[in-house]
Design a protein around this ligand. Sequence first.
Ligand SMILES: [Zn+2]
Length: 142
Amino acid sequence: MANAQRIMTLYDVPMWESIERRKMALPRCSACGTFRYPPGPICAECNALDYEWAEVSGNGTILSWVVFHRQYFDDHPQPYNAIAVRLAEGPIVVSNLVGDEPDGSWIGERVTITYRRHLDRLQHAFTLQNQKSTQLNRGEDA
Ligand SMILES: [Zn+2]
């Protein structure tokens, strides 16, 4: 077994540098405004080549989720989760949910980006926008 490895292409390096600054950015098409994820050389919507790096809001919605009860990598002891998040800007990012977990299905839960140290790098992760502990502190129903 080994640690999970990042794939680092020419277009991924600026994204990982933005994550290291805790301000995740993605290429945004200069012609139509579509965000590109994974970062790449051409717009999937209009085929334009020009782009600029733009910070994402970090807000999104869980589209899918899974909890792994088998260990596949040394740096991901089980159980651990993976979530697919549609960012407010449009792209779908695969990440992890940290902190409170929803009861029942996680699909449709609103989440916000956070960053956490993983081995030699920062990685994005997401937290529920409505943390149970926050709700309890405000005296609302959990
Ligand atoms: Zn475009």
